[in-house]
Each structure stands twice: as structure tokens, then as C-alpha cells.
Ligand binder design. Structure first.
Ligand code: MG
Length: 228
């Protein structure tokens, strides 16, 4: 049994949750098609179609998140390409304010990302976020993408946590579903993962507009605990 006087663990996704997904959309949907077309001497249409087919084939698998896999598949050094564009990596609204609040109020803060270790490293360096987290884990290290129950089991083996005493925030529905399957009930998504795309109208999980919208939710939960 966990000690309920302790603060719940707050587990965050990175891309599309703490960071603006516009960067990743730009890399994969705009820049890579250009670089692929240049390398393989094909039209932008052909390049986009070929990459789209790859995307469809591998989406939500561990390979999909691996720079090394993409480099071997498409011939473009995608890690170098991402690092070359690292100045475009941006935090979402309220990111620092929320992390500061959580730190100040002694919530354990974890980062659980499908970004591979190399992608995670340069994004953390670029954004200066690493210092906020008690645990930082990439699905590449674990050997399973977050979309699968095995990820949560493996995370728990490395870093024990109580799924009933944690919050998990992620912009991807399949990931939230797998977290739910593992037993996490306090699940939140993001209304606008990419600043370059329209906000979502509806979603199967409650959505945060600004990340700081989580603060009153946590405060309310603390209040309720007093009377429990
Ligand atoms: Mg995400």
C-alpha cells in the first residue's frame, strides 16, 4: 500500500505534451520529404507518398521512434537533421510554470517518452528541462513503446510506482489507453499538441488547454484528501 499522505507521481510525455509538436511535424512531414527527394532524385509528390507509406507501416511501433531505423530506411541521417533544426524545439504554454509549481510542492515528476535516447538527449539539452525530473525514461531503453502494456510493466520494474496514485499526461490516445489498461486512472491529454494545427474539438480523455490547467485539478484533489 502506498502512503497517501505522499504526493502523487506526475508522469509526463514529452513531444506534443511538454513540447510543441510543431517541431516534430516540421521534421517528419516537411523537411524529411524534401531531403528524401533530394537524395533519391524523385519528385516531392513521390517522396511524400513513399514516406507516408513508411509512416503507415511503422506508426506506434518502437521502430517508428528510432532515428537509427529511419536513417537505415530512408538514407537520410534523421538524427543529424533533427539536431540541425534544434533551435525550433519549443516548450508548450505553461510548461515551466507547471514544472516549477510541481517542484515547489514536492510532487515526484517523471518523464516517459517514446523519443529515442539520442532524440531525448538533444531536446533536453536544448530546453533545459532535465533538472525538473526525478525519473527520465525512453521507451528505447525499456524495449517497448508506451502504446504497449509491457512498457508500463518494465517502467514499474525499474522505477516502482502506484498506478492508482499517479497522474499521466500524454497527447496520444493509444498511449493513454495503454496506461489505462495498466491501471492508471488519472489521465489527461492536450487540446492542442501542435501550435500549427487546430485544437481538438473532442477527445476520449479530458484535455488540458494550458499545462497549468493541471494545477487547480491537483489542488482540488489535495483538498478532497483532507476530508477523506
Ligand atoms: Mg506525445
Amino acid at each position: 500500500m502506498s502512503n497517501y499522505s505522499e504526493k502523487p507521481t506526475i508522469i509526463f510525455d514529452m513531444d506534443g505534451t511538454l513540447l510543441d509538436l510543431a517541431y516534430d511535424d516540421f521534421i517528419w512531414n516537411e523537411l524529411l520529404p524534401i531531403r528524401y527527394a533530394e537524395l533519391h532524385q524523385c519528385s516531392p509528390e513521390q517522396s511524400t507518398q513513399t514516406l507516408f507509406n513508411f509512416y503507415q507501416q511503422h506508426n506506434h511501433t518502437l521502430k517508428w521512434y528510432s532515428s537509427r531505423f529511419w536513417t537505415s530506411q530512408v538514407g537520410v541521417d534523421v538524427l543529424a537533421m533533427q539536431i540541425e533544426q534544434k533551435h525550433k524545439v519549443a516548450k508548450r504554454a505553461g510548461c515551466i510554470a507547471l514544472l516549477e509549481y510541481l517542484k515547489q510542492h514536492q510532487y515526484p515528476i517523471w518523464l516517459a517518452t517514446n523519443a529515442d535516447t539520442a532524440g531525448l538527449a538533444f531536446k533536453l539539452e536544448e530546453t533545459g528541462l532535465a533538472a525538473y525530473f526525478d525519473v527520465i525514461i525512453s521507451s528505447e531503453t525499456v524495449g517497448h513503446a508506451k502504446e504497449f502494456n509491457e512498457f508500463w510493466q518494465a517502467l514499474h520494474e525499474r522505477h516502482p510506482f502506484n498506478p492508482k496514485h499517479c497522474y499521466f499526461i500524454d497527447d496520444t490516445e493509444k498511449v493513454l489507453k495503454s496506461a489505462q489498461g495498466y491501471g492508471i486512472d488519472a489521465l489527461f491529454s492536450i487540446r492542442q499538441p501542435s501550435s500549427h494545427k487546430a485544437p481538438r474539438d473532442s477527445f476520449n480523455y479530458p484535455m488540458l488547454d494550458a499545462l497549468t490547467d493541471l494545477i487547480p485539478i491537483l489542488q482540488q484533489a489535495e483538498e478532497l484528501k483532507k476530508y477523506a
